[in-house]
Write a protein that binds this ligand. Structure first.
Ligand code: GLN
Length: 294
């Protein structure tokens, strides 16, 4: 074993210092120590006040094992089994992408669009590629009257998402399928955080624990976005919105794809860092179940 030795019964402060020598951020080390102690994240203040307490041998071994996983780049969310998103505590594991704060921009935008004129309180909303269920659950939680459907091609992801929905007591209709292949209804709003990273992109190595199929979108990263933009008009009510998350440098390309497909009011929204992170538009025409996307 090449990792530096962990003291077998360290004080909390010594255990945290040992984790940091493995390369862990102090915050991650604190959260993992709380997890090893079976205490909530909110107990960080308590932890600081107990710097000199001794960590029992069993908890020290647990903490060391958790720290080694984090040192091997496993996302903290997988190790502790949950991630906060839009005020909801979601359970996550390696079957789904870890929900990112970036995606909260998409949820904010969707909530705004759903409050616009002409939108019924019980609007039909679709989350395409739901993963952990993050977008669908955040929308349903904030607007309980919405009629939410969530699609994913991965049965494993749907198992995670539906477990989150039942635990949170939120009613979502789940469909297994590749984008819209098994969807027959029409929607007032379709939101998606599809895979959009370029195949072979250098930053994928830092994401090696997450499902590649939820991350990569072909040679220019736009393959899945193109498919969604082509297929969704057949499933949008007139004046229905399509809102998409994409890469930090894909806004111009995505707006162009939307405009070329016939979407109106094509626009982008910036995330908290000021990066155009989501683009979308409104389907102007009437749509019918018979219409097929060209
Ligand atoms: N935002 C993620 C990342 O680049 C990618 C998510 C996605 O492909 N939908 O880390």
């Amino acid at each position: 074993m090449t990792a530096p030795a962990f003291p077998t019964t360290p004080s909390y402060a010594q255990a945290l210092a040992a984790a940091q020598t493995l390369g862990l951020e102090r915050l991650d080390a604190q959260l993992l120590l709380l997890h090893a102690l079976g205490r909530p994240d909110s107990d960080r203040g308590w932890l600081l006040a107990h710097d000199d307490d001794m960590l029992p041998g069993e908890a020290a071994a647990r903490f060391r094992a958790l720290s080694l996983r984090r040192a091997a780049d496993e996302p903290l969310a997988y190790i502790v089994g949950s991630k906060e998103f839009f005020g909801l505590q979601l359970q996550v594991d390696a079957r789904v992408l870890v929900p990112r704060p970036d995606t909260e921009t998409l949820v904010d935008w969707a909530l705004q669009a759903l409050s616009g004129p002409g939108m019924p309180a019980c609007a039909q909303v679709l989350d395409l590629g739901t993963g952990s269920g993050a977008i669908a659950l955040a929308l349903k939680k904030n607007r309980p009257t919405l009629d939410l459907t969530a699609v994913d091609v991965s049965a494993g992801a749907l198992a995670v998402a539906s477990a989150n929905a039942s635990r949170l007591g939120l009613a979502i209709h789940f469909i297994e399928g590749n984008w819209l292949e098994n969807v027959s209804s029409h929607f007032h709003l379709i939101a998606s955080n599809p895979p959009y990273v370029i195949d072979g992109d250098s930053h994928l190595s830092a994401l090696s624990h997450e499902p590649l199929s939820a991350l990569t979108g072909g040679p220019d990263g736009l393959d899945e976005l193109r498919t969604i933009i082509n297929q969704t008009p057949a499933h949008l009510h007139a004046q229905g919105w399509l809102l998409l998350e994409h890469g930090y440098d894909q806004a111009v390309a995505v707006r162009e794809l939307l405009a070329r497909r016939g979407f109106a009011e094509v626009q982008s929204q910036a995330d908290l860092a000021g990066i155009s992170r989501c683009s979308g538009g409104r389907w102007p025409g009437e749509s019918s179940p018979q219409q097929t996307a060209g």
